[in-house]
Design a protein around this ligand. Structure first.
Ligand SMILES: [Zn+2]
Length: 378
């Protein structure tokens, strides 16, 4: 998917270095291990499912259809716990949505930084700070999302404002900040906002948003990544698609129509690259400073830690590096092996491996495979 794609990041010494995306190695490259080289096949007693161990997990919410659902589900549970606490203490949560007007010719490269600048200008301006004080906001949670539609990329920011007390005029008070957002967008070079550029909704919407958070990418773990290759391409709301939907176009080879455009695999690939580069390194969900402490929500775990998981697992076997390379030689071989284990049980592992050895690889150009040292980073 992102083979050969690199991004540039400034190092501490000021030099820019090229890095390859860690997602290209996710659930693919084993870690170097002296005592028992290879890839573990594991069973999760809690769920009865199977998976792999000793593999790189990229922990990218933006790029990885395998890691993203795990991370967003964890983040959603945290958010729901925080929200429950606010409501339980007699508070209320309001949801603001901020965006700007974009058209099909606008590149993400030109608009995304400006959008973040507008956000910072907005939240640091005096009127906004004063209003937040008046509504007794305990803090905010920011969630950046992006879809692609007839008018090009549509980045938008949902801001949950967690208020100490329930009061009738919360939405109206926050509504008064439309002018401030409009000015911040204008000053950041993104032109005039339209009606949809600024939106404030009450607690019911905030609750619905939290409940659905992270369910947008319609891909869950291996089984559903499987589904993605079977031709499931979901249309986003209002004819917009999500970046993972674009991956679906790539996986199935089936175009999707967006506005009056047919997006085929080549376009989808270009668009996903544009998105991947621009969102690399950004945080998807951000809690304002001190909010976690106020709500007694535990210290933050990194996306990578969440993606690695800490559930109980039994190692039921270890594939040698050659065997693993063989699995990678089949299209969706990793998913298929797990599906076969699910069907025939853990004792079937040895014969599954034997039958793999007899079959003919149908994905022999598997491009990347190497062992890596743990914690090398990007
Ligand atoms: Zn990943």
């Amino acid at each position: 998917m992102l083979t050969g794609v690199t991004y540039t990041r400034k190092a501490r010494d000021g030099d820019s270095r090229e890095h390859s995306y860690r997602v290209t190695r996710c659930h693919r490259n084993p870690y170097h291990r002296l005592w028992k080289p290879g890839v573990d096949v594991v069973a999760y007693p809690d769920t009865g499912k199977f998976g792999y161990g000793n593999l790189v997990t990229c922990g990218s919410t933006w790029h990885c259809p395998l890691c993203a659902p795990k991370i967003t589900e964890y983040r959603r549970a945290e958010l729901a716990a925080g929200a429950a606490r606010v409501i339980g203490q007699g508070g209320e949560i309001v949801m603001m949505t901020l965006t700007y007007r974009h058209d099909a010719d606008m590149r993400l490269a030109d608009s995304l930084d400006a959008f973040y600048t507008a956000r910072d200008k907005f939240f640091s301006c005096r009127a906004v700070k004063e209003t937040m004080r008046q509504v007794e906001a305990m803090g905010r949670v920011y969630s950046t999302e992006v879809t692609f539609g007839a008018n090009g990329w549509h980045p938008h920011l949902h801001v949950l404002v967690l208020c100490e007390k329930r009061r009738d005029d919360l939405v109206d008070r926050l509504e008064t900040l439309r002018g401030q957002w409009s000015r911040a967008v204008m000053k950041s070079g993104l032109g005039k906002i339209n009606d949809h550029g600024f939106d404030v909704r009450n607690g019911d919407y905030a609750a619905e948003y939290i409940a659905k958070y992270g369910h947008e990418p319609a891909v869950f773990a291996w089984s559903a990544a499987h589904e993605l290759t079977k031709g499931h391409v979901k249309q986003g709301r209002g004819g917009n698609v999500t970046p993972f939907d674009l991956l679906g176009v790539l996986a199935t080879g089936k175009s999707v129509s967006i506005g009056n455009r047919e997006i085929g695999p080549d376009d989808a690939s270009d668009l996903f690259r544009e998105y991947a580069i621009r969102f690399q390194g950004r945080q998807q969900l951000v809690w304002s400073k001190g909010l976690r402490d106020k709500l007694g929500i535990q210290a933050e775990r990194s996306d990578e830690e969440i993606a690695e998981g800490d559930g109980e697992r039994d190692v039921i076997g270890t594939l040698t590096l050659d065997e693993w390379r063989m699995v990678l030689g089949y299209k969706n071989g990793r998913g298929q092996l797990l599906a076969m284990l699910g069907k025939h049980g853990r004792s079937a592992l040895p014969w599954i491996i034997e039958s793999l050895k007899k079959a003919k690889p149908n994905h022999p150009d598997e491009p990347w495979f190497s062992e890596e040292k743990k914690f090398v980073g990007y």
